[in-house]
Design a protein around this ligand. Sequence first.
Ligand SMILES: [Zn+2]
Length: 293
Amino acid sequence: MNLIENLLTLHRVDSQVRALRTRVTSAKVYFDAQERQLALLDKQKLELETQIKQLKAVLHGLELDQTTAQERVEKLRAELNTSTNDRQYKAVLNEMKVLENQKDDVVKRAVEEMNRVEETQRRLEVHAATIVERTKVRELAKAKLDECMKDVGERLAELESERTRAADLVPDRERKVFDKVAEETEGEAMAEVTIVDLRHREFACGACNIEVPFETYAKLSSSGNSLIQCKACTRILFLQESSKAGAMSEKEKAEKPKRAKATAAVNTSGGLEQDSPEAIARDKAKFEKTRKL
Ligand SMILES: [Zn+2]
């Protein structure tokens, strides 16, 4: 096998390895996303729990305030009964009034705080239900990842050693070029040269469509051992067997006398259709001749 054939084999195996790795990677990415989301939900749950604790502490403080105020009011009431003069009586009564007002305030605040505790507790319940749901999703993602690893693992190991064998058949320098391009193009290292117009010697890179010079086509035709990269997208260019003038020339060399006669006959008669296989073969033969000049 020549260099281009070896590169194409390497490319085929390399693509399979990449496809399998991508499967594992996407399963892993999905699972990791679920893990992150659950971690975030857990953190939020903790925050809500802390909030509830703090609210309850505030509520407890208010209840203590209320008890203290109540005790003071009762004490004052007793003082009121034993007060000896009007001034003292009024002062006690005044303080009692202030305390009663304060008590109302405290009760109002306590009710508010209680509502907030209840509201936060409801949020926590919803949150906990979300966590249960997301945990199920995470478990599914984990099962999928495990299954994927199991499925792919063996095949990937096989393919990777196949890739190593294919890579061993390609010389160092060319293999480095292949690896670099494959990395840059996500496994699309090879590009077929397409014939745009054989008659006008127009060729293009099958991947990026940029023009490929006739010289490149000619070189690839004559030898399967030239590594030529597309000037634009850097992919390694190759010719399909059917597009090769070189492959034809081998055959033609053997049939040279016959071909010369046939060509002459065609040329004089001019009876062939423009795009008939004979016409294309004739064109290719012409290029072959031009190329050798
Ligand atoms: Zn290109």
